[in-house]
Write a protein that binds this ligand. Structure first.
Ligand SMILES: Nc1ncnc2c1ncn2[C@@H]1O[C@H](COP(=O)(O)OP(=O)(O)OP(=O)(O)O)[C@@H](O)[C@H]1O
Ligand SMILES: [Mg+2]
Length: 416
């Protein structure tokens, strides 16, 4: 083995972290309308008045979280100049917090010191709620000073992941001004969702308090995406590291992914990674193509892993036929092999028709190619199937199935 397995080579990056989701951009481009509206709705907080409950919605990757972090950081900083008002923002992501109880625990823990965190069990709901009201009240700077206004902006990101009925914590928080739970602070809830139908699903009472003010975030067009990418590239890459076509290409891809800035940024990072892996300081369009290919493959692999087990067996069967140069193959042939695969794993097999349905599903996912064939005059139509990706990649995606059923002999020459 050589002395050194790891060694830094050339890189196009100046600060690669600036292309990750954790990074909060210093400036936002292409969100002028949303920013104006958002600022207006936050205005009462600047004056120490009861804050609005604001609801943001729009597709994924259109800057809802980034805009919120950006504006609230500024708000906290700017309002600190006024002696009579103090604003604090609290950010909780509701992904994985399906119950109000869990949301309340998360809010408490966001506000408590790391050594004083609340466990997920051991307390009743009403105890946890009262911890939460206390923790919020504790944010007041001078609780006994009647002239001091303390504003808390509570961001509940991905709020569609949690329960939202009339008994929910969300509803209580959005009405916190009216119930007497809080003595020293005034809370404004900022709900964020990428489910466009979410407001319609709410019961009218909840909707009217949670969505007092609504802001719709539109998708980015290709030009706006280019602006987002350019601004970020300036921080993330060295001078002149990107060839001319790189940003337009990434923006066009993001546009196709329904105007998603995250996808466009991910792609730019993947392209940069390829250049770095190949020990280059410049990123070219070919790196972008490679990045698209890699992202799409990852999607296929992830998709396969969520499929019904028998779909995976059908795909395993097709793989082995491909390895024997016996593809494209018709359903009947694949079904025979599928039966053998089920047998190897000790499972009962399903009918040929079911297997054909699985294959069609796999073709929609992009893992399998399906072509329609005609049997000539008077003959009917039939389908043929083949794998749509390199066999190694699909072997990797089916790792668990291959391990539990045993490796079919046709795959022997395809080592990992
Ligand atoms: N206008 C913008 N300027 C600079 N960067 C942006 C802009 N809009 C989005 N981004 C970046 O794109 C990525 C996705 O944005 P963000 O996380 O805000 O999307 P989102 O609307 O919250 O999506 P989701 O619904 O999936 O949570 C982030 O890395 C963010 O920093
Ligand atoms: Mg978000």
């Amino acid at each position: 083995m050589p002395d050194r397995l790891f060694e830094r080579g050339k890189t196009p990056f100046a600060d690669r972290d600036a292309l990750t989701d954790q990074y909060t951009p210093g400036e936002l481009v292409g969100r002028d309308r949303e920013l104006d509206q958002y600022r207006d709705y936050l205005e009462p907080a600047v004056w120490g008045e009861d804050p609005n409950n604001i609801f943001l919605y729009g597709k994924t990757g259109v800057g809802k979280t980034a805009t919120t972090k950006y504006l609230l950081e500024h708000l906290e900083r700017d309002v600190a100049d006024y002696d009579d008002t103090n604003t604090t923002s609290v950010h909780v992501n509701c992904d994985g917090l399906s119950t109000s109880f869990r949301v309340a625990v998360a809010i408490v823990n966001e506000l408590r010191e790391p050594h004083n965190q609340l466990p997920e069990s051991g307390y009743s709901t009403s105890e946890v709620y009262s911890f939460m009201w206390d923790a919020l009240d504790n944010l007041a700077e001078n609780p006994e000073d009647p002239k001091q206004s303390n504003i808390v902006l509570l961001v509940l990101d991905e709020v569609d992941h949690t329960e939202v009925g009339e008994d929910s914590i969300l509803y209580q928080l959005s009405r916190a001004g009216e119930n007497d739970k809080l003595q020293h602070v005034r809370v404004g809830v900022i709900g964020i969702s990428n489910d466009l139908t979410f407001p319609d699903q709410l019961n009218p009472k909840v909707r009217s308090s949670l969505c007092q003010k609504k802001i719709f975030f539109d998708t980015y067009d290709a030009e706006e995406l280019q602006a987002v990418l350019r601004q970020r590239a300036e921080i993330a890459f060295k001078d002149d590291a990107l060839e001319d076509g790189v940003i337009p290409r990434c923006a066009a891809y993001g546009r196709r992914q329904s105007g998603d800035a995250r996808e466009a940024l991910d792609l730019l990072r993947a392209a940069g990674d390829r250049a770095r892996n190949q020990n280059r300081e410049t990123v070219c369009e070919d790196d972008v193509e490679y990045g698209i290919d890699r992202i799409q493959r990852e999607e296929v692999i992830e998709g396969i892993q969520t499929l019904n087990e028998h779909s995976k067996y059908a795909l395993y069967a097709l793989l082995t036929l491909n390895a024997e140069d016996d593809t494209p193959a018709r359903t009947r042939r694949i079904h025979e092999r599928y039966e053998l695969i089920c047998d190897m794993g000790g499972y009962d097999s399903l009918t040929s028709r079911r297997v054909r349905d699985f294959l069609q599903e796999l073709s929609m996912l992009g893992a399998v190619e399906m072509s329609e064939q005609n049997q000539g005059k008077g003959g009917g139509q039939y389908y043929e199937f083949d794998i749509a990706h390199p066999i190694q990649m699909l072997i990797r995606a089916l790792d668990d199935v291959i391990e539990s059923h045993g490796r079919h002999r046709s795959l022997d020459e395809h080592h990992e």
